[in-house]
Design a protein around this ligand. Structure first.
Ligand code: 5GP
Ligand code: MN
Length: 321
């Protein structure tokens, strides 16, 4: 870790360690990293005798497959402090990704932001932003250690979930030695990789198989752009009785086409589609997402756009040309 990141973590630990209570969040519709990081800090704080609550903005739902995590600190959006003394935000590249929790973030006495998105230009009073970190959960781990707080099995499980999901099960190029050392420490603290892996990756409703079949069946390969794409409609979901959160892994089935260096999966949302982009490394899909009002990382990014799949995919093509 660079010395300025270590210094930022120390500063964040001072603020958090002297807080009487913490209001903790992450980006809307939290993934394993945002949720795991937030829960880990909340559990560690509660063990240390500091009140802590977790919530997410924008009517977020926590996907069922994260139900194995101890969600005790999670409160309804309505019960989240409007003007928190200290608010901690994980895995969020810009305030708009907090949706309506941007209000409490702006009103907070001190806002601490812990993130690893390259597109984060540093909001908050104390910003721990390390684009080289594999996951926000890695930074959360170092923060909890800097606080001297206990990493029990619940904290370890939450953090390990963040590492596993953001590194693609320790497979992506962001998987580094520090991540694996921290993972080892988390296992010793009680995290169970088998339980996390089954809950997150091997637990979809049967109807998902039908939905995946339709979506993969209509995938298009565009060899001249080294590009594969497909889309999911509300109608697809209705047929399989499958929820949007069940689709988190679907992009991983699409991206394995050897002929493609970039994959895009469009998922219908009200008024348009949410686009997930993945790259094998040759193309910066984060830049394409940013051009379209979204964001993310070099190899994994997303944006939301109005229009039909044909119209939206043309935007991605424009970025690939
Ligand atoms: P996913 O495709 O799994 O939803 O997201 C992949 C990555 O892109 C994640 O790091 C996520 O935070 C980021 N991302 C996805 N959609 C958006 C978006 O609309 N705006 C921003 N800023 N980032 C996004
Ligand atoms: Mn993340």
């Amino acid at each position: 870790m660079e010395p300025e990141i270590t210094a930022a973590i120390r500063k964040a630990a001072e603020v958090i360690g002297s807080a009487e209570s913490l209001a903790i969040t992450g980006h809307v519709n939290p993934d394993g990293d945002a949720l795991g990081s937030a829960l880990a800090l909340a559990h560690a704080a509660r063990i240390a005798g500091t009140d802590a609550v977790v919530s997410f903005g924008g009517g977020s739902v926590i996907p069922d497959h994260y139900g194995f995590l101890d969600l005790g600190p999670v409160v309804d959006r309505a019960d989240f402090p409007h003007e928190p003394d200290v608010m901690v935000v994980f895995d969020t590249g810009s305030p708009d990704r907090l949706a309506d929790l941007a209000g409490p973030a702006a009103a907070a006495g001190t806002l601490v932001v812990v993130d690893h998105h390259v597109t984060n230009d540093g909001f908050g009073d104390v910003a721990v932003i390390d684009p080289t970190a594999s996951a926000s959960a890695l930074l959360a781990y170092h923060l909890i250690r800097a606080l001297g707080w206990t990493v029990d099995a619940r904290v370890a499980t939450a953090l390990h979930t963040g590492l596993v999901t953001d590194t693609g099960r320790f497979q992506y190029s962001n998987t580094d030695a520090d991540t694996l050392r921290v993972a080892a420490d988390l296992l010793e603290a009680g995290a169970r990789p088998d339980e996390i892996g089954q809950a997150v990756y091997e637990s979809v409703p049967f109807g998902y198989l039908r939905v995946a079949s339709s979506v993969l069946g209509r995938a298009r390969l565009e060899p001249e752009l080294s590009f594969v794409w497909s889309y999911v409609t509300d109608e697809d979901l209705g047929q399989g009785n499958v929820g949007p959160a069940d689709l988190d892994g679907l992009i991983d089935d699409l991206r394995i086409a050897r002929e493609a260096g970039v994959a895009a999966l469009l998922k219908q949302v009200s008024g348009g589609y949410k686009v997930s982009l993945r790259s094998r490394g040759g193309v910066d899909v984060g830049a394409i997402a940013l051009d379209n009002g979204g964001g993310g990382h070099h190899n994994a990014a997303g944006f939301t756009a109005e229009g039909t799949p044909a119209e939206i995919v043309e935007r991605v093509r424009a970025g690939l040309r």
